[in-house]
Design a protein around this ligand. Structure first.
Ligand code: Q0N
Length: 288
């Protein structure tokens, strides 16, 4: 029986320490919307995103090594963790959130509208929300403690924090992961507008990909056939949730600050279907 020491609970995933010092990431079925974690889980979301991330790690192995040790639950793990837990090597995490953007959305849009640049990267004038950028850009942020918001960093700030040599490697790896992911996804009808990765140092001193990668939780996925630059895009996974929450049926007033209501079964089922669809489209595999 393996003893698992609980070390951290995030919004979406829990982290445990295993006896050998390895870590165990357990993904939950939780979904967030409008900065709230909803009280209604999406069945299978944890398994779908875990399996998608594992698939990408393999697909990216020639770009960057990853922290995965095993996708088998350790002996003694609860049966309901099957398929949604991953044993990983402990890394010494780099103190920078590594973000690549290929399209203008979210913070990238806000920063561009405010001064024509994102994290110190100047962009051409005249870009609209949802536009594809001439080239993907590296837009790192600080790693804020839980509950606080990450702050944008310029490339020079990253270099000052981790050395210029390491900053260049973070940027190059982040852009390489984004390019590989976005290109493959685009062929399969999904736009990856941006993505966040976490890198860390392995015990042997190799810069290694941690966390999860190229999932709808770590990236903005848009359905390519509904991409209309010039306005906010439809999120691939959360379209039904957001539409319902902001509709009169939900009775929710977003401006009130009150937590959103529970989701109706129909919205849950259609949202689950979007995660299954994203997984199946990207991997070409059938879910379960
Ligand atoms: C780590 N976080 C932030 C997992 C991700 N391989 C690792 N080694 C050391 N630390 C971490 C990892 C990883 N991954 C990463 N916290 C610790 C995000 N977490 C949230 C919970 O799930």
């Amino acid at each position: 029986m393996t003893t698992m020491k609980h070390v951290h609970s995030g919004k979406i995933r829990d982290l445990y320490e295993l006896p050998g010092g390895e870590l165990l990431i357990v993904a939950r079925d939780t979904i967030s919307a409008y900065d709230f974690v909803l009280d209604t889980p999406i069945p299978d979301k944890g398994r779908i995103l875990t399996q998608l991330s594992l698939w990408w790690f393999e697909r990216l192995a020639d770009v960057v090594p990853n922290h995965v040790v095993s996708a088998e639950p350790p002996a003694g793990a609860p049966a309901e963790w099957a398929g949604r837990c991953v044993v990983v090597r402990r890394l010494d995490m780099v103190p920078v959130e590594c973000v690549a953007r290929g399209y203008l959305a979210g913070f990238g849009m806000t920063a561009y509208a405010g001064g024509g640049a994102v994290c110190g990267v100047r962009l051409p004038p005249g870009l609209a929300e949802g536009d594809r950028l001439p080239e993907p850009i590296f837009t790192p942020t600080t790693k804020a403690p839980q509950g606080e918001h990450d702050e944008p960093m310029t490339y020079a700030e990253v270099a000052a924090k981790v050395t210029p040599e390491v900053a260049a490697r973070l940027r190059d790896l982040t852009l390489a992961v984004y390019r590989r992911g976005a290109e493959l996804a685009r062929e399969r009808g999904i736009i990856v507008a941006d993505t966040k990765i976490e890198l860390g140092w392995s015990a042997t001193g190799e810069l290694t990909l941690g966390d999860e990668v190229l999932t709808p939780d770590s990236s903005r996925f848009w359905p390519a056939d509904r991409w209309i630059p010039g306005r906010p895009q439809i999120p691939y996974d959360k379209q039904f949730v957001r539409d319902w929450l902001t509709s009169p049926e939900s009775g929710w007033d977003r401006a009130s600050g009150a937590p959103p209501p529970s989701l109706p079964a129909g919205i849950v089922a259609r949202t689950r279907e979007k995660y299954v669809e994203a997984y199946e489209r990207l991997t070409g595999l059938s879910f379960r």
